[in-house]
Ligand binder design. Structure first.
Ligand code: ZN
Ligand code: ZN
Length: 123
């Protein structure tokens, strides 16, 4: 139990230090700096627990495995780099997107994903 808590704390710290959503593999890579013996199954379990407890939210991107980010962030979007597969936050929204809905439709939510190459990959 103590060990589980330490592993979960390490994963929590990874998210506190990260400015972008992370895949389970990325979480594993980062958390292993602190917990060298950490395994991917433990990461999946911890992510599930941290999601249920409201610390993390899944970031679902079309055709891509889920990433995770801190829950409770304000409305934002994501940029998916096709070159390195990293996902970044886009802290902007076009706003008046409801105008795109057909006449008489009531918009409830929207998803926007930007694709391309990140600054590391483009540079
Ligand atoms: Zn990239
Ligand atoms: Zn938006």
């Amino acid at each position: 139990m103590q060990r589980q808590t330490n592993q979960r704390d390490a994963i929590r710290r990874v998210f506190e230090a990260s400015a972008r959503p992370l895949s389970p593999q990325e979480i594993l890579r980062e958390a292993r700096r602190e917990v060298p013996g950490l395994g991917i199954a433990t990461v999946y379990r911890a992510v599930k627990t941290l999601t249920t407890s409201g610390f993390l939210s899944p970031v679902e991107l079309p055709g891509a495995p889920a990433r995770y980010e801190r829950a409770g962030k304000q409305h934002h979007h994501h940029f998916h780099c096709r070159s390195c597969d990293r996902v970044y936050d886009v802290d902007a929204c076009p706003g008046a997107i409801g105008k795109l809905s057909p006449e008489g439709f009531e918009l409830e939510s929207h998803e926007i994903v930007l694709y391309g190459r990140c600054d590391r990959c483009a540079g």
